[in-house]
Write a protein that binds this ligand. Sequence first.
Ligand SMILES: [Fe+2]
Ligand SMILES: [Fe+2]
Length: 167
Amino acid sequence: MGNTQENLQEAFAGESQANRRYLFFADRAEKDGHPQIARLFRAVAEAETVHARSHLQTMGGIKSTRENLEVAIGGEHYEFTQMYPGFIEQAESEDNKRALSSFTWANKVEEIHHGLYQQALKVLDAGQQLKDESYFVCQVCGYTVAGEAPDTCPICGAPLSRFKRVE
Ligand SMILES: [Fe+2]
Ligand SMILES: [Fe+2]
């Protein structure tokens, strides 16, 4: 066991993963015809979010919007310049095609996220607000775009119908 700062990091990671995992399990439970189990998964997922937020706040991990953008830019940059390139190479060497495409899509999209955050920081530093518009997220690869969804996803080729609007 590490020190409390390390334990907070680990607990935040675990609770965050549990939140996502239970939401995916809830979708599956709905599909399998178990609406109340789906609801249970969603309820516990909500509680894990409460825990994740508390741990992150305790670590001082939620700062000003400017600082949060810098953290986000750093995280996305690490992912597309270091983490995913290494993972892609490893997946290639193991001939794991599914992992390879999952990593490759994520890698391309993290670079786009990095750009979106950088642009947001620039606008913030100029004392302005980002344009008031929806974002659209490809539900296949995660490609994220402001304003309008494309007819075809430029990353994975999914059609317009696979885009989810984020208000
Ligand atoms: Fe990202
Ligand atoms: Fe896509």
